[in-house]
Design a protein around this ligand. Structure first.
Ligand code: CTP
Ligand code: MG
Length: 228
């Protein structure tokens, strides 16, 4: 089983508000991208990494990859205006020898190598698999500040990355979305649109997406605890 990991790191991190691209904001003494590179490289089924980057960050990414112990081929590509464009640019560089592709947000630095492998293994069997966790809170539908319904929680999950796919499926899904000028918030949605079945792999609470300054603090604390 051969998989390529796509890491999207080309966002500007406006909500984090650190005045620099989020993937390069320091977390536990390293730029955030370091952690995804390390996990992807440590995943047994990953044979290549493709990273979508902000303009001018390729040299920084190369040295980070070295630091993270990336010994497999590393390809770098400029991102696009939307996350979906960044994924599409990266997919264009994925080796035709990779049967599978695992797509991951650099903004989720605490994803484990095992989670990459789990998504990839499930996608090999089913075509597509995403990490997700059950929703812990009771969810309410609210309109204009007023509760209109309680949503049945049992079936609700929060999607994470990695999201892994057969290469042929995810290429087709991105091509179709591009042709139809259709935007989705994650890659699984592009495949759902084609009628593909997407399996869910148990994600991790630690694998949250760093969006705001509070998230960054929480990740700092978790990394500190892990380091003992
Ligand atoms: N991303 C990307 N290209 C874009 C937008 C986002 O590669 N044009 C990546 C980000 O780098 C991040 C992931 O997609 O790893 C999830 O996006 P998000 O959390 O929204 O990050 P940003 O877009 O950087 O943050 P913000 O929306 O606050 O500006
Ligand atoms: Mg964004």
């Amino acid at each position: 089983m051969r998989a390529s990991a796509v890491i999207v790191a080309a966002g500007s991190g406006l909500r984090l508000g650190m005045g620099q691209p989020k993937a390069f904001v320091t977390l536990g003494g390293q730029p955030m991208l370091f952690y995804s590179l390390r996990s992807a490289a440590a995943a047994r089924s990953v044979v290549e990494i493709v990273v979508a980057l902000p303009e001018g960050m390729a040299p920084a990414a190369r040295s980070l990859a070295e630091l993270a112990g990336v010994k497999i081929p590393l390809k770098l590509v400029p991102g696009g205006p939307r996350r979906q464009d960044s994924v599409r640019h990266a997919l264009a560089l994925v080796s035709a020898e990779s049967e599978l592709v695992a797509i991951h947000d650099a903004a989720r630095p605490l994803a484990s190598a095992a989670l990459f492998d789990a998504c990839i293994a499930t996608a090999e069997r089913s075509g597509a698999a995403i990490a997700a966790i059950p929703s812990a809170d009771t969810l309410k539908r609210v309109v204009d500040g007023q509760l209109v319904a309680t949503v049945e929680r049992a079936e609700l999950f929060q999607a994470q990355t990695p999201q892994a796919f057969r290469r042929e499926l995810i290429l087709r899904a991105h091509r179709a979305a591009y042709a139809d000028n259709w935007t989705a918030t994650d890659d699984a949605q592009l495949c759902e649109r084609l009628g593909a079945t997407v399996q869910v792999v148990p994600g991790a609470r630690d694998n949250f997406k760093i969006t705001t300054a509070e998230d960054l603090k929480m990740a700092e604390a978790l990394l500190g605890a892990l380091a003992g």
